[in-house]
Design a protein around this ligand. Structure first.
Ligand SMILES: *[C@@H]1O[C@H](CO)[C@@H](O)[C@H](O)[C@H]1NC(C)=O
Ligand SMILES: *[C@@H]1O[C@H](CO)[C@@H](O)[C@H](O)[C@H]1NC(C)=O
Ligand SMILES: *[C@@H]1O[C@H](CO)[C@@H](O)[C@H](O)[C@H]1NC(C)=O
Ligand SMILES: *[C@@H]1O[C@H](CO)[C@@H](O)[C@H](O)[C@H]1NC(C)=O
Ligand SMILES: *[C@@H]1O[C@H](CO)[C@@H](O)[C@H](O)[C@H]1NC(C)=O
Ligand SMILES: *[C@@H]1O[C@H](CO)[C@@H](O)[C@H](O)[C@H]1NC(C)=O
Length: 228
């Protein structure tokens, strides 16, 4: 390779590095707070849950999200210190259990933190703050989806519900903002699996969830006959 070739190569490699470094980091402009209905999660998981599920919506995760692009993920990779979070675990085990394996909750929290929470700066400052924020939202601010549904007389008794009545019930608990509903179906029936409540980027107020699950997606909740 001649000197011109060398210069060309070096320039190309250098340009590539500059391009990669200057490509915009994906940020977030809102938060999704997703809760999962334990029996439905166990029912649709390929491997059965080790322990029987409770008839409760518990936390899946709090996700910084982007309404116009890909959601940011894996912004940091750290390991939670179980001693440091010890004063939170009793509450977390109730509201944020690892439904698939109740012998190991911390792996679930750590994964949610690394994949999602670590991208929530500045609203989320660190792993401890991530866990505390979820506790605040679910307990103090009463964003407990089971409770919100229950207040609208929708109890988990295995009845068929309409998409409208579920949405209406959630709206009552969220200042009339649109939730995101996720259903799964098999040959027999369709079940409500997840409810997502959305908030602005500062976690100050509820917003209509951007990017609803569209008709045609396998997770779309049909108009009628949703089991809960
Ligand atoms: C969301 O993603 C779009 C497309 O990648 C990007 O242009 C935008 O800056 C992102 N929003 C934020 C708040 O970072
Ligand atoms: C995070 O770090 C752990 C331990 O260093 C490693 O096993 C794991 O693959 C990493 N995960 C990601 C998503 O980078
Ligand atoms: C975990 O946190 C405790 C208490 O804050 C501290 O004493 C300990 O050194 C930490 N362990 C690790 C591995 O960072
Ligand atoms: C838990 O302990 C940390 C210090 O490790 C403290 O900052 C935090 O306020 C405590 N949280 C609660 C809810 O007691
Ligand atoms: C959430 O709401 C359900 C239904 O009202 C209730 O049984 C459960 O105890 C609540 N969880 C917490 C942590 O308040
Ligand atoms: C969803 O799409 C299916 C198939 O195209 C259609 O039969 C159904 O009416 C649609 N549901 C709604 C609520 O629009």
């Amino acid at each position: 390779m001649g000197i011109t070739g060398m210069i060309y190569m070096v320039t190309m490699v250098f340009s590539l590095i500059v391009l990669i470094l200057s490509s915009p980091t994906v940020g977030y402009d809102y938060f999704q707070f997703t809760q999962q209905y334990q029996p439905a999660v166990c029912h649709f998981n390929p491997t059965p849950c080790r322990d029987p599920p409770d008839k409760l919506f518990t936390v899946h995760g709090l996700w910084p999200s982007n309404s116009s692009g890909n959601d940011p993920i894996y912004c940091k990779n750290t390991t939670m210190n179980s001693t440091k979070i010890a004063n939170l675990t009793a509450r977390l085990e109730i509201i944020w259990p690892n439904v698939l394996d109740r012998t190991d909750h911390i792996t679930f929290w750590n994964k949610q933190w690394n994949k999602h929470g670590s991208c929530g700066h500045p609203a989320i400052q660190n792993d401890m703050h991530y866990l505390q924020t979820v506790i605040k939202m679910y307990i103090t601010q009463k964003q407990n989806v089971s409770e919100i549904l229950s207040k609208a007389k929708i109890e988990p008794v295995g009845k068929f519900r309409t998409q409208k009545e579920i949405e209406k019930a959630i709206r009552k608990g969220t200042n009339n903002k649109e939730p995101k509903l996720k259903c799964q179906k098999n040959s027999q029936r369709t079940e409500l699996v997840e409810v997502t409540i959305c908030s602005d980027r500062n976690l100050n107020q509820f917003i209509d969830c951007p990017r609803p699950i569209l008709n045609g997606s396998r997770y779309y909740c049909p108009t009628n006959n949703i089991l809960y």
